[in-house]
Design a protein around this ligand. Sequence first.
Ligand code: HEM
Length: 327
Amino acid sequence: MPLPDNKQVVKLSEELVSTIRDTFKTPDNYRPVHAKGQLVKGSFTPSKDASKISKAEIFSKPSTPLILRYSTSPGIKNFPDNGEDGSRGFALRFVLSEDGHRHFDIITNNGFGFITGTGEGFLEQFQAIKTNTFDKYLEKYPHAKHFTENHSPSHAISFATEIWHSVNAFKFVNAEGAERFFRWRIVPWQGVMKYSTADAQKQSKHFHFDDLQWRLTHNRPIKYRLLAQLAEEGDPTNDSTKTWPETNEFVEMGEIVVDQLWNMDDGNPAGEAQKRIIYDPVPRQIEGIEASDDPLIEVRAAAYLISGKIRRDHGDEIVEQATDLKE
Ligand code: HEM
């Protein structure tokens, strides 16, 4: 996972990571956002027609192992699941080689669209939070105000009933060279089920992770459909603030099954593995899936790498899995 050649992007990404870290006062061995999380394992099985739209190997192999991480969005390791903030993350790694070094990642959250379309806008948001001027930021950016007021995600009953979005657009290329822009959508087999904020507040502090642990230790695998929302003529691929019409075609790409908590047999204590893994927003090690011209993708990739290196290099302590949190 190299840093981009563009020095401006690297500088912006460094500033993003340090500003976000300062905002949440996150310890160096934790992620500056999505600090509370849990590594789990599973597998992906492609749909019968997925390989027609993309030549990516995950659509022609019968099955691909997955390493996944569920998370709560802020950079606070014991942030409550039952508070006002219902935003959650779900990152998926498709393991493409025996040693795990070659992989393809999809990183999603449960929001619909995004607060800003650029890395600069994201930085300004955190600078505003840090200096208590978030109201002014919202006045300056009508989309951010609209997004905050209308699209802050509500609490799912369980990770198993949550819907996930890649936000950024990507491009499929098939064996004939035909290209098609799309966004990932991950839909739970159990259906999307949400709490009202009032009902979410009646749950236990780590209820999403308690539920996850219970399901995966009681033989209740969690299943999702992996869908691709195809772009139609004129749908912007370079602006994550602009969602595409829900009437666009959704293509069934396969099934995701989450069936195990990370365990010691996997070679690393879970907390150490969680500290080391860095999900990559750019599909750089697979053919048939490419990044679009969305400027967020490159800046995210640089920021995740910079952030991940800080995590790996600092703090001898491993990070806690969310299910191990005591307070
Ligand atoms: C400019 C925009 C963004 C910036 C600067 C940013 C920054 C970051 C950083 C620094 C991390 C920690 C990475 C690590 O230490 O491994 C992170 C994690 C994460 N971000 Fe973003 N992010 C952005 C946009 C997004 C978007 C659009 C999504 C949703 C699709 C998203 C979802 C996530 C998730 C799920 C994680 C946790 C990944 C894991 O479990 O390791 N982020 N982000």
